[in-house]
Design a protein around this ligand. Sequence first.
Ligand code: ATP
Length: 441
Amino acid sequence: MAEVTMEKLVTLCKARGFVFPGSEIYGGMANSWDYGPLGVELKNNVKALWWEMFVQSRLDMVGIDAALVMNPKVWEASGHLATFTDPLVECKNCHERYRADKIDLTKPCAKCGKSGTFTDPAAFNLMIKTFLGPKEDSSTVAYFRPETAQAIFVDYPLVMNASRKRVPFGIAQIGKALRNEITPGNFIFRTREFEQMEIEYFVHPSEWETHFESWLARMHAFIDACGITASKVHDHEIPSDELAHYSKRTVDIEFEYPFGQEELYGLAYRTDFDLTNHAKFSGKELSYTDPVTNEKYVPHVVEPSFGVDRTVLAVLLSAYHEEEAPTGEGGTEVRTVLRFPKRLAPVKVAVLPLSKKPELSEPAKALAQRLAKRWRVDYDETQSIGKRYRRADEVGTPYCVTLDFDSLTDDAVTVRDRDSMKQERVKLDDLEAYLANTLNT
Ligand code: ATP
């Protein structure tokens, strides 16, 4: 079947309430996207899976949830105010702006078609500035964080004290980051407001390579758990002359999106750059003394960095399938199905009474309510059962539970599987156990 296009995906996301344009009734707001009822469930499931894999299940990890606006000195120490820039060029003819590293400057301007009209690249800082409080002057300037990482470095001594962890150990955070991107676009791939899931893993300087390799493997394990198509995922070793100012080694994990192969996640060896600079700028001691050897040193850092929105995009693209399916009346039709891993599916179970008549709809509603104690459940009683199956497939609901007139006497329901489309009669008393068997996979 045909490959999914961005157009198909964006249309489905809007129609079914995954992601739609922000501020739409006012004509929208360029490149701002809102997650709808299904999108928020999917995003929450991605974040919960990440937290479970990297924080909850590991004794060497703890989490934080820090403020979005931090003391501006943080950004001075981290180097963001001086160097967190992208190269900006402008077409002198139509004034369209581009990121110089993302286009071929020898080609004509994509907007007006003129050649040789680009200005020389200038460094454009991506930090979004604001003023806190009623006075707008240099004393009230603040910045929205462009990454979640810095809060982890700044909170490092307090976390060390409170959690009594020993190196190697890591601090994780999920949260929003804001960047004044020059060219946001490609749906939720590049926006000015997005969410990150980041880990700073503190290690002895002599051990960074081993930790780097194991984090790379763990990042791929997460990608697999999300059902992201492995053959479309590629590691890209960043050449040493292109490394960010803080990094000694970076591997970008890239994904083949319909618009090209681009970054999904990044893994960076940040050395002791951040802790050393924060110690210098804050005047606080940020070193670590090994309780066994008494060696005192500034821990080095391996940083696995994940974008939530790019994960959601890669998950949707990987899950999207169009395939021939029987209509129920002897023919075939194309069904669209989102084959999410079950634990990421926004809705786990759809409860469908065969008829709208109260003798079926009432027990069906009660059943939906019963299952909703454990899972996100949808209740759907309109149109034919075939159409309702298709609607559930299109949003990736793993199970449809149909209550029919026999159910009233045999205390059983028909459970239909999204992927195999097989149907099985299951006793109502066994239903939760039946569903629980696979819903966590
Ligand atoms: P790019 O090269 O695509 O601009 P980056 O290298 O600047 O990305 P990082 O600073 O490494 O990105 O950020 C870590 C992760 O945060 C990225 O791997 C990506 O998943 C996510 N991310 C970064 N910028 C954006 C954005 N503007 N919109 C959505 N996600 C983003």
